[in-house]
Ligand binder design. Structure first.
Ligand SMILES: [Zn+2]
Length: 183
Protein backbone atom coordinates (compact mmCIF):
# COMPACT_ATOMS: atom_id res chain seq x y z
CA UNK A 1 0.00 0.00 0.00
CA UNK A 2 1.52 3.31 -1.08
CA UNK A 3 1.18 6.05 1.50
CA UNK A 4 2.62 9.52 1.64
CA UNK A 5 3.63 11.93 4.33
CA UNK A 6 4.61 15.56 4.25
CA UNK A 7 8.00 16.19 5.74
CA UNK A 8 8.57 19.96 5.94
CA UNK A 9 6.90 20.46 2.59
CA UNK A 10 8.52 17.48 0.87
CA UNK A 11 6.19 14.63 0.08
CA UNK A 12 7.76 11.31 1.00
CA UNK A 13 6.05 8.27 -0.43
CA UNK A 14 6.45 4.87 1.10
CA UNK A 15 5.27 1.39 0.41
CA UNK A 16 3.68 -0.11 3.47
CA UNK A 17 3.38 -3.82 4.03
CA UNK A 18 1.91 -5.33 7.14
CA UNK A 19 3.75 -8.34 8.46
CA UNK A 20 4.25 -10.21 11.65
CA UNK A 21 7.18 -8.03 12.62
CA UNK A 22 7.82 -6.75 16.09
CA UNK A 23 7.93 -3.01 15.51
CA UNK A 24 8.32 -0.97 12.35
CA UNK A 25 11.08 -1.52 9.82
CA UNK A 26 12.08 1.09 7.32
CA UNK A 27 14.35 0.48 4.36
CA UNK A 28 15.42 2.82 1.58
CA UNK A 29 16.28 1.21 -1.72
CA UNK A 30 18.88 2.60 -4.14
CA UNK A 31 16.11 3.61 -6.55
CA UNK A 32 14.86 5.93 -3.77
CA UNK A 33 11.79 3.98 -2.88
CA UNK A 34 10.98 3.63 0.78
CA UNK A 35 9.79 0.29 2.08
CA UNK A 36 8.12 0.13 5.47
CA UNK A 37 6.90 -3.01 7.15
CA UNK A 38 4.91 -2.90 10.34
CA UNK A 39 2.84 -5.13 12.48
CA UNK A 40 -0.81 -5.09 11.43
CA UNK A 41 -1.76 -3.79 14.89
CA UNK A 42 0.21 -0.56 14.46
CA UNK A 43 -2.03 2.32 13.39
CA UNK A 44 -1.42 4.02 10.05
CA UNK A 45 -1.22 7.35 11.83
CA UNK A 46 1.58 6.06 14.02
CA UNK A 47 3.45 4.68 11.02
CA UNK A 48 3.09 8.03 9.22
CA UNK A 49 4.54 9.85 12.22
CA UNK A 50 7.35 7.30 12.36
CA UNK A 51 8.21 8.02 8.70
CA UNK A 52 8.05 11.78 9.32
CA UNK A 53 10.45 11.40 12.24
CA UNK A 54 12.84 9.67 9.86
CA UNK A 55 12.33 12.40 7.23
CA UNK A 56 15.76 13.92 7.48
CA UNK A 57 17.40 10.51 7.36
CA UNK A 58 15.34 9.53 4.31
CA UNK A 59 16.13 12.70 2.37
CA UNK A 60 19.83 12.35 3.17
CA UNK A 61 19.74 8.77 1.93
CA UNK A 62 18.05 9.92 -1.31
CA UNK A 63 20.81 12.45 -1.73
CA UNK A 64 23.48 9.81 -1.22
CA UNK A 65 21.91 7.39 -3.67
CA UNK A 66 21.56 10.13 -6.23
CA UNK A 67 25.18 11.17 -5.94
CA UNK A 68 25.94 7.74 -7.27
CA UNK A 69 23.89 8.22 -10.39
CA UNK A 70 25.97 10.71 -12.32
CA UNK A 71 23.47 11.10 -15.16
CA UNK A 72 21.16 13.08 -12.95
CA UNK A 73 24.01 15.32 -11.90
CA UNK A 74 24.56 16.80 -15.32
CA UNK A 75 22.78 20.15 -15.78
CA UNK A 76 20.33 20.05 -18.65
CA UNK A 77 20.75 23.73 -19.56
CA UNK A 78 23.23 26.53 -19.29
CA UNK A 79 22.64 28.87 -16.38
CA UNK A 80 21.25 31.49 -18.79
CA UNK A 81 18.96 29.08 -20.59
CA UNK A 82 17.66 27.83 -17.28
CA UNK A 83 16.86 31.27 -15.85
CA UNK A 84 15.30 32.45 -19.11
CA UNK A 85 13.15 29.34 -19.27
CA UNK A 86 11.97 29.72 -15.68
CA UNK A 87 11.26 33.44 -16.12
CA UNK A 88 9.21 32.85 -19.27
CA UNK A 89 7.38 29.88 -17.83
CA UNK A 90 6.70 31.83 -14.66
CA UNK A 91 4.81 34.44 -16.68
CA UNK A 92 3.00 31.73 -18.67
CA UNK A 93 1.96 30.02 -15.46
CA UNK A 94 0.78 33.31 -14.00
CA UNK A 95 -1.35 33.80 -17.09
CA UNK A 96 -2.85 30.34 -16.63
CA UNK A 97 -4.08 31.41 -13.21
CA UNK A 98 -5.92 34.55 -14.37
CA UNK A 99 -9.29 33.23 -13.22
CA UNK A 100 -8.08 33.57 -9.63
CA UNK A 101 -7.32 37.26 -10.14
CA UNK A 102 -4.13 37.13 -8.13
CA UNK A 103 -1.42 39.71 -8.40
CA UNK A 104 1.82 38.57 -9.95
CA UNK A 105 4.13 37.08 -7.34
CA UNK A 106 7.83 37.82 -7.12
CA UNK A 107 10.19 35.14 -8.41
CA UNK A 108 13.34 34.23 -6.55
CA UNK A 109 15.98 31.59 -7.06
CA UNK A 110 17.73 29.77 -4.29
CA UNK A 111 19.63 26.53 -3.88
CA UNK A 112 17.52 24.42 -1.56
CA UNK A 113 18.15 21.05 -0.06
CA UNK A 114 14.82 19.45 0.53
CA UNK A 115 12.31 21.12 -1.73
CA UNK A 116 12.00 22.08 -5.36
CA UNK A 117 10.20 25.29 -4.73
CA UNK A 118 8.53 27.24 -2.00
CA UNK A 119 5.74 29.72 -1.85
CA UNK A 120 5.32 32.55 0.59
CA UNK A 121 1.63 33.25 0.06
CA UNK A 122 1.64 36.15 2.53
CA UNK A 123 4.44 38.04 0.81
CA UNK A 124 3.58 36.62 -2.63
CA UNK A 125 7.02 35.27 -3.34
CA UNK A 126 7.73 32.04 -5.21
CA UNK A 127 11.20 30.63 -4.74
CA UNK A 128 12.57 28.16 -7.23
CA UNK A 129 15.34 25.73 -6.41
CA UNK A 130 18.32 26.32 -8.70
CA UNK A 131 18.82 22.54 -8.68
CA UNK A 132 15.93 22.39 -11.13
CA UNK A 133 18.65 22.94 -13.71
CA UNK A 134 19.01 19.16 -13.51
CA UNK A 135 15.35 18.59 -14.30
CA UNK A 136 13.31 18.34 -17.45
CA UNK A 137 11.12 21.19 -18.62
CA UNK A 138 8.07 19.15 -17.75
CA UNK A 139 9.34 18.87 -14.18
CA UNK A 140 10.09 22.59 -13.96
CA UNK A 141 6.60 23.35 -15.29
CA UNK A 142 5.10 21.13 -12.61
CA UNK A 143 7.02 22.87 -9.82
CA UNK A 144 5.79 26.26 -11.04
CA UNK A 145 2.20 25.07 -11.16
CA UNK A 146 2.60 23.54 -7.72
CA UNK A 147 3.89 26.78 -6.24
CA UNK A 148 1.33 28.96 -8.00
CA UNK A 149 -1.41 26.67 -6.66
CA UNK A 150 -0.15 27.44 -3.16
CA UNK A 151 -1.13 31.07 -3.71
CA UNK A 152 -4.70 29.78 -3.85
CA UNK A 153 -4.48 26.96 -1.29
CA UNK A 154 -1.47 27.15 1.04
CA UNK A 155 -1.51 23.50 2.20
CA UNK A 156 -1.39 20.14 0.42
CA UNK A 157 -5.08 19.36 0.81
CA UNK A 158 -7.37 17.77 -1.74
CA UNK A 159 -8.47 21.24 -2.87
CA UNK A 160 -4.85 22.05 -3.54
CA UNK A 161 -4.24 18.98 -5.68
CA UNK A 162 -7.49 19.61 -7.54
CA UNK A 163 -6.01 22.87 -8.75
CA UNK A 164 -2.64 21.27 -9.54
CA UNK A 165 -4.26 18.47 -11.54
CA UNK A 166 -6.40 20.96 -13.44
CA UNK A 167 -3.27 22.67 -14.81
CA UNK A 168 -1.02 19.65 -14.76
CA UNK A 169 -3.05 16.46 -15.25
CA UNK A 170 0.12 14.34 -15.28
CA UNK A 171 1.32 15.67 -11.94
CA UNK A 172 1.26 12.32 -10.12
CA UNK A 173 3.63 10.71 -12.57
CA UNK A 174 5.91 13.77 -12.65
CA UNK A 175 6.02 13.96 -8.85
CA UNK A 176 6.91 10.31 -8.72
CA UNK A 177 9.71 10.76 -11.23
CA UNK A 178 11.06 13.68 -9.25
CA UNK A 179 11.00 11.95 -5.90
CA UNK A 180 14.53 11.71 -4.77
CA UNK A 181 16.32 13.33 -7.72
CA UNK A 182 19.12 15.40 -6.36
CA UNK A 183 17.54 17.23 -3.50
ZN1 LIG B 1 3.75 22.32 -1.84
Amino acid sequence: MIREVNYNGTIIKYNLTTKRVKNINLRIKPDCTVEVSANYRVSKKYIDSFVIKKGDFILKAFEEFNKKTSVQKAPKYSEDEFRTYVFDKFTDTYNLFTEYKIKKPQLKFRKMKSRWGSCNYVKFIITINTNLIYCTKEQIDYVLIHEFSHLIVPNHSKDFYNIVSHYCPEYKRIKKEMAGILI
